[in-house]
Design a protein around this ligand. Structure first.
Ligand SMILES: NC(=O)c1ccc[n+]([C@@H]2O[C@H](COP(=O)([O-])OP(=O)(O)OC[C@H]3O[C@@H](n4cnc5c(N)ncnc54)[C@H](O)[C@@H]3O)[C@@H](O)[C@H]2O)c1
Length: 306
């Protein structure tokens, strides 16, 4: 299957691309490398298109050249603090860019399925696991831009009847992180030799899912029979506090790590919980996550000296 992945050179793309290649998909990439890294993915140069999804002509040209049967739309501005500081850029990429991808997709005769990377940030603050039916009430421009992306996808499906999967990713972790999220921040300080590390809020819990498990789920969702338009949560279904993540590093290092709260890093508005109900994904695809937090962190720590 000729498969075009936007944003494939990013963090999650760097796990999805090899996983789909291994399954026999022929992968083409559209990425502007603003956050991604060409070296993260092993695709030939004639399958890699350097371009910006905000550029409608470029998107159309690439889509016409590739004639994909599957589009996996990952490209976005994603890091929430960056989105808050650059709201117009985030909206432009995540909304206009998605419109360009969908408009170019509409013109294809080849297209059989589109997959859109949405986010858990579409949900409001809630203290228990959320399923796909939960109300959507984003707290920030990032969540709002992705919720709009979901709506654009729904309209795309209504117009074209091309199978459209919206997948709400929870907190990814694994190799090749591009944004200074919690786990890379902990890694950075530990790799500098610190054993007293400075972090912000310690109590919030997040549903961390390994990118290899995410890639396996994307693969399953691309094979789901006759989905029409459907929405799936993608998380591990377990939540961990910041302290628990640091403890997982301690176990791998065999050393005590002390946390000091850095007031400058403390967010005033913070969700205490963000937990996925992934029963729909499991029931409909048979997917099961395989990477525990300890295995994933072991893998990261082992990569430090490579
Ligand atoms: N990382 C997470 O925890 C997480 C959680 C929820 C949702 N998501 C979503 O998953 C997708 C992938 O996220 P990620 O963590 O890999 O982020 P990332 O920033 O590592 O990857 C995004 C990729 O898109 C590319 N890109 C950005 N703007 C572009 C543009 N205008 N034109 C072309 N390419 C552009 C970047 O260069 C990068 O390679 C995004 O849609 C993100 O919103 C990620």
């Amino acid at each position: 299957m000729r498969t075009l992945i936007t944003g494939a050179a990013g963090f999650i793309g760097s796990a999805v691309t090899p996983a789909l290649t291994k399954e026999g998909y022929e992968i083409f990439v559209l990425d502007n490398l603003s956050f991604g890294n060409r070296d993260f993915i092993d695709v030939p140069d004639d399958h890699f298109f350097l371009g910006d999804i905000r550029d409608a002509n470029k998107v159309e040209e690439v889509f016409e050249r590739v004639e994909p049967e599957i589009v996996v739309h990952l490209a976005a501005i994603h890091f929430i603090p960056y989105c808050n500081q650059h709201p117009f850029e985030a909206a432009d990429t995540n909304i206009r860019g998605t419109m360009n991808v969908l408009n170019a997709s509409k013109k294809l005769n080849s297209l059989q399925r589109i997959f859109f990377a949405s986010t858990a940030a579409v949900y409001p603050i809630y203290d228990e696991a959320v399923n796909e039916e939960h109300e959507q009430l984003p707290l920030d421009i990032y969540g709002l831009s992705k919720l709009t992306g979901e709506d654009l996808c729904r309209r795309f499906w209504l117009e074209t009847k091309v199978d459209t999967i919206v997948c709400r990713f929870f907190n990814a972790f694994g190799p090749n992180e591009t944004n200074p999220h919690l786990i890379p921040e902990i890694e950075k300080q530990l790799r500098e030799g610190k054993r007293t590390i400075n972090l912000g809020n310690l109590t919030p819990k997040r549903d961390f899912i390994h990118t290899y498990d995410m890639a396996a789920a994307v693969n399953k969702l691309l094979k789901l029979e006759n989905p029409g338009f459907d929405i799936f949560n993608l998380g591990r279904g377990i939540e961990y506090s910041v302290v628990e993540i640091v403890e997982a590093f301690e176990r791998q290092l065999g050393e005590k790590v002390t946390i000091e709260v850095d007031q400058a890093r403390v967010r005033k508005v913070e969700r205490q919980h963000l937990l996925a109900d992934v029963s729909k994904l499991k029931r409909m695809t048979g997917w099961e996550p395989e990477w525990s937090i300890d295995q994933g962190i072991k893998n990261l720590v082992e990569s430090w000296n490579q």
